[in-house]
Design a protein around this ligand. Sequence first.
Ligand code: ACO
Length: 388
Amino acid sequence: MTIGEFKPGLEGVPATLSNISFVDGQNGVLEYRGIPIDVLAQQSTFLETAYLLIWGQLPTQLELAEFEHEIQYHRRIKYRIRDMMKCFPESGHPMDALQASAAALGLFYARRDLDNPAYIRGAVVRLLAKIPTMVAAFQLIRKGNDPVQPNDNLSYSANFLYMLNEQQPDSIAARIMDICLILHAEHTINASTFSAMVTASTLTDPYAVVASAVGTLAGPLHGGASEEVILMLEQIGSVDRVEAFVDQKIAQKSKIMGFGHRVYKVKDPRATILQKLVEQLFEKFGRDEYYDVATTLEHVVADRMGHKGVYPNVDFYSGLVYRKLGIPTDLFTPVFAISRVAGWLAHWKEQIGENRIFRPTQIYTGSHNSPYVPIKERIDSSTNGLGT
Ligand code: ACO
């Protein structure tokens, strides 16, 4: 391979064969197992969508009821995990807390049996069930409160909001939360999914797979962007300052958070659905002061950057939805992780089904046969060899 053939960021390089999801970036299409995302957002639930992604087909009524029941049964986390979380610094980022807690699950459920369908099912159920409980537990612990136990009478998303806000959510809020989880559940070979696949390909346990993906999702160029979007809207402050903000970003050649995508060159279809959900939430619970700033920003960026295919991505409107649902800004990415666990597990299962360890190559750009200079003869570049 020559340097000319090298693709930074592996852009356009296929990393796998997969039938889990499909994206058409030119036409703004996203499908999970062939079903368009807007259909799932309208008609499915997050757990049904997770089942579809992981097992490749929609469940029957009985299959879904069993799956939901198993997940409900496994929602609680061990007191030792809660105690471990109590030792985390309250100032730590919830994504770091989640990564550590997800990895810790591997200590408690250590027996690895990747050829056994019952083991696969158990790991899928535990991860989907416990991740929301862990996210909510850390939120309460860092506020100095005891975690709230899961409520068996509530659906997956309603229970998450209940554990987080310590009160039963409105049914519309719970349904909107569930739709957000559907929208974020899977998106082909993005950075965190690739990270999950690389980890999976070593045949390690699924808790390590999810922990490495959580670490990857945390970055501001990936899942961390929704948090950055809210900080950016607060920084802009008002509609009349949007144009100057965009022009300054363009002049500085810096990225505007919540815009642009490696694959989509039009508005992300999930952003379109999320924008409608924002408006639905505002109708019921009141407008967010930053919504007008956001829509103005969308228009100005489309005007200035549309020719480069830079439009809102999934993270642009999700923060406004989460704010209205009472979710603190630094929990946006953990909420993304709750949802994306479904996609990571689908890819984990697909990867171990036909595994070959990931071991790409490189183009070496260093020197050869370099001299080994004895330590006393080395020149300290920071002091020009003059010492301090
Ligand atoms: N703001 C300003 N300019 C942008 C933006 C943006 N958000 N995104 C892309 N561009 C510009 C680039 O500067 C580049 O311009 P150039 O051709 O003049 O150099 C051109 O559009 C192409 O963009 P790339 O950077 O090559 O796109 P890439 O595929 O490498 O990056 C990424 C995609 C990382 C998402 C990028 O758009 C970005 O950093 N966006 C902001 C962060 C963000 O919102 N991330 C969330 C993505 S969605 C998700 O992960 C769930």
